[in-house]
Design a protein. Structure first.
Length: 750
């Protein structure tokens, strides 16, 4: 439905806009470091003293975390079995798993008293001739292990109880059959609580006699993903809720707190008066539970953008440090929660429990999609944005927005129907939908408009590039379709367009797009590309290796020249989009939740300007004057005053624009020689050779075909025969296509 909002509705909307300020203005936590995976999928992490014990799909690992900034692996124990859960007691790890090839469940006890040399001291197998039980959940209580297994064929389960007083000689003392597929388990005061998957059933098992366990109570409609039971109080992570129960009477569980947040809580841990919650794809949340009647969120920490499950488990190391098991980036994150930085200046935000991944600004008009509506906002006063117009499209996805002059173009998909909308914005007091059409194929991965045409790009070759004529000002008309041009990003500069399928950069003649599009030139990129921006004959390319931005001179469109690079940390993961405003380049580092700003006034020597850390995963951003407009996935839309940003010490690795250099110099015993291939085009023959002061070739260090980019080779101070050379001055020379590009000298000291 389409409607011009009345003044009263505008006022109400803006009031809500500002009221939400306090809900998103949290203190900022810092990521300290991370622990990469050795196999796949982070299952669980636990800490003890200066050790972090991690469980992966097929690996049990131990790390020395005495230096949290540099965790050191002490040991790795690989498993053929797929591991699922772990309990820690003293220097013992109790691990459950399954071999899916043999349909056999396993229960292991690992002694890691010597962290560098852990050993499996006990193993139990569920394999029998008539059934194939898998180990589901386990827990330790006093000198007994409680292991729940189930048969996926017959859907029956058994609670196994082991005497582990002598761990290496553990003994199965009893077993109890039940019909619950256990999701989580808790034990206190000689009662074992089993919480089921999906069913909402909770079984209470009396284990006062471990040789004869008995089911004494069953509850329904109790849906827990995780529970921490401490002194008869159960802290429960649920879907949409954080709940607290009184377990002092197992026959009458009493709910004493029920906090609705709309988040999917996967796991909970408790330390003193704080609850630490794994929020799945929304990361991590910290709550103050001092007063059960006044529980409130202290802060949050967002995690990777590509999260399918996000943070599924966490461990509180101490009051200062939290470890997160994060599925989205397949690692374990270490977060400092000791002394959070003050929040940055958040001026406005829009319902941060929505999903936003695209925002567009043209002059004083901001356009975004939120909660089934397309919003048009006047931001001439950014601190007091005014909603000018909304248009209802329903629950949409794959949204691309392009704003130029007097029109806004939006491609999206609703209920598998792909559409292109055109809005007339020539009069901001009378914004209206001017036309629309159905998109043939799939919706766009990128969109641009120029001279009466809209270009929709898709990297699938079957769809390729579509051209729509909107010169009538009403419904766009498909006038050309080029299925053999797979396009992921498109930038239009008049009668020319640069497009990329993510691997090649192609120059197109689009002077007459309705009749023909001609490929003028094509270059292979040194790495796959995420995003590109063209501004004033300069092309900025964001590479998908997550830490590289290349800057090209395209003043001669047929011969683009690489003029400089920006390299960030290897652990960085830059968002899919970057933005340029007032000679500043803005990028968002998703790994560290940082916004990074470069001064690009001198394109041949970009300079790190500043950075700021926040709790948001920013996936799209636009800067205007001193204001920053961001889309933050499920955190919605936010507006910040960049003048108030407090720069952090960000160890950016910027590589100088130097065609040939070495470091260290002087050196012993080796030095790294860095060189640049500037001209973009077909592969070029490159050689690096070492010469002595007499001009004699000492060693041909490198010879290969290379495309444009920066490269590094190492000279270890040896000649062609592998013998060490003597101390002294040496020259290293770069030849490209048989022509000497540069020669430098280095000094070997012994």
């Amino acid at each position: 439905m389409n409607s011009n909002m009345s003044n009263s509705i505008k006022q109400i909307f803006c009031f809500i806009f500002l009221m939400l300020l306090s809900s998103n203005c949290f203190s900022v936590y810092q990521r300290i470091s991370g622990i990469p995976l050795t196999s796949e999928y982070p299952r669980q992490v636990e800490t003890m003293d200066n050790l972090a014990i991690t469980l992966e799909n097929h690996s049990f690992n131990i790390y020395d975390i005495s230096d949290l900034y540099n965790p050191l692996m002490l040991s790795e124990t690989p498993f053929l079995e797929t591991l699922s859960s772990m309990s820690i007691k003293d220097s013992l790890a109790f691990i459950s798993g399954c071999n899916y090839d043999t349909q056999t469940g396993y229960y292991f006890i690992i002694d890691f008293n010597v962290p560098k040399n852990p050993s499996i001291i006990y193993e139990y197998s569920t394999n029998t001739p008539s059934s194939h039980y898998k180990v589901n959940r386990s827990s330790i209580y006093n000198d007994h292990a409680y292991v729940d297994i189930y048969d996926p064929q017959d859907w029956d389960s058994i609670l196994l109880i082991f005497d582990i007083s002598i761990p290496s000689n553990s003994t199965l003392v009893s077993q109890l059959s039940h019909d619950l597929i256990t999701k989580c388990m808790a034990i206190e005061n000689e009662y074992c609580y089993l919480f089921g998957f999906g069913s909402g059933t909770c079984l209470v098992v009396d284990i006062s006699e471990n040789t004869d366990p008995q089911i004494v109570m069953a509850y329904s409609d109790i849906h827990f993903n995780s529970i921490k039971l401490i002194n008869n109080i159960g802290y429960c992570a649920c879907n949409m809720y954080f709940r607290i129960y009184d377990f002092s009477d197992p026959f009458n569980l009493n709910q004493i707190a029920d906090i609705y947040t709309g988040l999917i809580y996967k796991h909970v841990d408790i330390l003193e008066n704080k609850a630490y919650l794994a929020c799945g794809e929304l990361g991590f949340q910290l709550m103050d539970i001092t007063n059960f009647n006044e529980i409130f969120v202290i802060s949050e920490f967002d995690t990777q953008i590509n999260a399918s499950q996000g943070v599924t488990q966490l461990a509180v190391h101490d009051e200062n440090t939290v470890f997160l098991a994060e599925y989205s980036d397949d690692n374990f994150l270490i977060i400092d929660v000791s002394d959070p930085e003050p929040p940055i200046s958040l001026l406005d935000n829009l319902d941060y429990r929505c999903y936003l991944n695209n925002v567009e600004v043209y002059e004083n008009l901001l356009v975004l999609y939120h909660n089934s509506l397309i919003y048009f906002l006047d931001i001439s006063d950014p601190e007091n944005p005014e909603v000018l117009y909304t248009y209802g499209v329903g629950t949409a996805g794959c949204i691309q927005i392009c704003a130029i002059e007097d029109h806004v173009f939006i491609s999206l998909v609703v209920s598998d129907i792909h559409r292109l909308f055109v809005f007339d914005t020539s009069d901001l007091s009378n914004i209206h939908q001017a036309g629309s059409c159905f998109i043939e194929g799939v919706t766009a991965e990128d969109i641009c408009a120029y001279n009466g045409y809209v270009y929709l790009a898709n990297s699938w070759f079957v769809y390729g590039l579509s051209v729509y004529d909107y010169s009538s000002g009403y419904d766009p008309v498909l006038v050309a379709h080029y299925p053999d041009i797979g396009i992921y990003r498109i930038e239009n500069i008049g009668t020319l367009a640069y497009v990329s399928d993510g691997y090649d950069l192609t120059l197109l003649d689009v002077s007459n797009p309705a009749n023909y599009i001609i490929t003028l030139a094509q270059w292979t990129l040194p790495e796959p590309m995420k995003d590109m921006i063209i501004q004033d004959d300069i092309l900025y390319v964001l590479m998908s290796n997550n830490n590289l931005i290349q800057i090209y001179d395209i003043s001669n469109p047929m011969s683009i020249i690489l003029i400089s690079e920006i390299r960030l940390l290897e652990s960085s993961q830059i968002a899919w989009k970057m933005f340029i405003d007032n000679e500043k380049l803005y990028i968002s580092d998703l790994s560290w939740n940082d916004l990074i700003i470069y001064d690009i006034a001198n394109l041949y020597n970009p300079v790190f300007d500043s950075s700021v850390r926040w709790n948001l995963k920013t996936v799209d951003l636009i800067a205007k004057d001193d204001y920053l407009f961001t889309c933050n996935r499920y955190r919605g839309f936010n507006l910040f005053d960049t003048a108030d940003f407090t720069s952090i010490d960000y160890p950016v690795l910027f590589q100088e624009n130097d065609i040939l250099s070495n470091f260290p110099n002087p050196f012993n015993p080796s030095t790294k020689i860095r060189f640049q291939i500037s001209e973009v085009g077909v592969s070029q023959s490159a050689e690096i050779a070492i010469y002595n002061v007499k001009g004699q070739k000492v060693k041909l260090l490198f010879s290969d075909q290379l495309s444009a980019g920066h490269y590094t080779v190492v000279w270890n101070g040896e000649d062609e025969s592998g013998k060490p050379v003597s101390s002294g001055i040496y020259f290293y020379k770069l030849d490209v296509n048989g022509k000497t590009e540069a020669m430098k000298k280095c000094l070997l000291l012994k």
